[in-house]
Design a protein around this ligand. Sequence first.
Ligand code: TEU
Ligand code: CA
Length: 527
Amino acid sequence: MENWWKKAVIYQIYPRSFKDTNADGIGDLQGVIEKLDYLQKLGIDAIWLSPVYQSPMIDNGYDISDYLTIDPSFGTMDDFECLVSEAKVRKIRVLMDLVVNHTSDQHKWFKEARQTLENPKRSFYIWRDQPVFNDKNWTFDPLTQQYYFHLFSKNQPDLNWENPDVRSEIHKMMEFWLKKGISGFRLDVIDLIGKIPDENITVNGPKLHEYLQEMNREVFVGNDLLTVGEAWSSSPELAKLYSAPNRHELSMVFGFWHILTSAGEGNKWNYLPLNVPKLKQALSAWQEIAPDEGWNSLFWGNHDLPRLVSFWGELSDKYREKSAKAFAILLHLMRGTPFIYQGEELGMTNFPFEKFSEINDIESLNFVEDKRNMGWSDEKIMDVLRKMSRDNARTPMQWDGSEQADFTTGQAWLEVNPNHRKINVMLALENQQSIFYTYQKLIALRHEQAWLYTATYELLDSSDEIFAYLRKTENQTFLIVANLSNHENTFVSNFRKKAEIISTESFPSALTEIKMKAWDAFALEVE
Ligand code: TEU
Ligand code: CA
């Protein structure tokens, strides 16, 4: 049987910012339920829910204090069960976000662990008498006079995966969620779980794949799940280790090579503008993964990344929508499973942050502190945050043009983008030319057209700003071309047009020399 997720499109929901139903300013599970009809209209197959577990919310739920409880700000376990069943009625599956590299320091395991050196939970975490290698990864705990290890904030102590009891607790917890009827997991920072702090190994530790194979045997087998690991450190070669069918680990990973083309010296704060030749290289390298070697995920955004149109597209009224469509067409006709981040289908943009008080994200706040200490001006810091802060992706979903964009009737936890008066779901649904309908069509294509998951991929030579590729099956060829710039570019080929698939505006008639206008993109069957 073909895996369902090879023909599926996934929609990521950041519940805190999706839809609030009880006026506390925080999106909740009832809000997700309320919007399932909207998601069904878009046509997606599954939602990935960012964490909704009990959490002190130091990192908005990526710091879990109880894996088996829904945080009251999101609702109750009844709400969760209701969500799964209401989604199922609409043929939408639910994927949970699994944060198992670390817990919150408020988790009962950690609270017990820190009590005494002999506590049975002590070795659920990583303790040393002094920091090893990186001081910033170790925090002194006065009670037992030792340091504990954390790759993220000091409120997110790393679990000790070398301890088999940790692993079996996690497997049990995963089964608990499977019994609730979910269809898979997104595994947060999964490339970190094999760490060996004493040898300064954080990513890609020697036992990483062993742990995943064990998890697969214990939890995944026979459940027909989509499992996707977040792996910033992954290359296409490493992606095969995670996702080759005969290795029995995960369905796929999120690789970030394309995103990192905008990170100067690998540092995300060091923003580099869109570089199309580099983007071609990065995405194409991942497209080379053949179906028997592994599987790929396709995405432009998530809750950690800036908004696509602000990052690489265009904000002008003239081209915002068209640039969003061009990127959508370019990505969704590639090989892999597409993921859409909430609001991407509207072309939502970054937020015009002016004051530090408008920033909530822990990563951004740490950045502010760091740079102030280094003597950066507040102005310069703000400039970088406007471009790269994770809060750009986390402002409330824009449902309509009213005061709080119909996200809440209270005060939104993070300010609604003032552009919600012109960028919102209501307007998008009324306009047949909107970005929403381009996404709707791309999702329908993914379901109808088998070549999308069977065909090979081949990058075509073209001028720098044009991204063109072929998808080929034994008897069909498809040509996808996007002009990723705001001026005219020429694309030359010797194909003949056979059938029209999708375009941002119009289709070329002759393919020998195509004058592509700003942000033109199209896909054709050719011969
Ligand atoms: O992010 C992984 C991670 O490494 C982040 O630091 C990432 O590099 C950064 O967000 C990019 O701006 C995951 C989650 O997606 C993120 O929200 C969490 O904060 C982090 O893990 C810790 O759980
Ligand atoms: Ca709420």
